[in-house]
Write a protein that binds this ligand. Structure first.
Ligand SMILES: Cc1cc2nc3c(=O)[nH]c(=O)nc-3n(C[C@H](O)[C@H](O)[C@H](O)COP(=O)(O)O)c2cc1C
Length: 185
């Protein structure tokens, strides 16, 4: 029975997503008592206030309930054109509703970006941190970027020792950030 549950949103719909590989490694590297659970965005529709007005579609309810039930959220995302992919932004937009009262408001949020470039997704990490802050999410100031990702993968899995050690170190910092936050009880 975990004492801390962290929801994971993977901002890529690609089956062989490198960010999914990083998520899989992160799940293995979680400290004892901490569970990382994916909350799927695969079937989440594009945000539309008219749709929202008549009730959240089932995949949106599942997303909001999954994140709302967790103690924290980590977003694993690629960088597209120097910023976040539409699917990542779309998930955050749904999670932000109702504004400042959605499941992401007040939630500790970690940001991890992996890609082939040397800048390790610096653009998406910066932009996503600003977006999540707008929603009332408590962004962990230290984001984690993995550049040159293909050199760290073997058969689609994150196997490179140093890359895994750096990810583990970031996870430990994020878990400390989550545990140190006031609970309000
Ligand atoms: C539309 C598009 C834009 C991209 N822009 C960037 C970029 O700005 N920076 C970067 O490092 N990689 C960029 N890439 C490459 C992605 O990082 C790469 O495809 C990566 O594998 C995507 O992550 P995923 O495998 O988890 O889906 C882009 C890819 C696409 C399809």
């Amino acid at each position: 029975m975990p004492d801390l549950t962290i929801a994971a949103v993977i901002g890529s719909l690609k089956a062989a997503s490198v960010n999914r590989a990083v998520f899989a490694a992160a799940r293995e590297l979680m400290p004892a008592g901490v569970e990382l659970i994916e909350v799927s965005i695969t079937d989440v529709p594009l945000f539309n206030e008219d749709v929202e007005a008549v009730g959240d579609p089932a995949p949106v309810t599942a997303l909001k309930d999954g994140v709302g039930a967790a103690d924290a959220l980590v977003i694993f995302t690629p960088e597209y054109n120097g910023s976040m992919p539409g699917v990542t932004k779309n998930a955050v937009d749904w999670l932000s509703r109702p504004f400042l009262n959605g499941p992401i408001a007040g939630l500790p949020v970690g940001i991890v970006a992996a890609g082939p470039g040397r800048r390790a997704g610096a653009g998406v990490r910066e932009h996503l941190a600003l977006t999540v802050a707008m929603t009332g999410g408590a962004v962990h100031g230290e984001t984690h970027g993995i550049g040159g990702i293909h050199g760290s993968l073997t058969d689609g899995a994150l196997t490179d020792h140093e890359t895994r050690a750096a990810l583990r170190s970031w996870i430990e910092g994020f878990v400390a950030f989550v545990r140190d936050r006031p609970t309000g009880d």
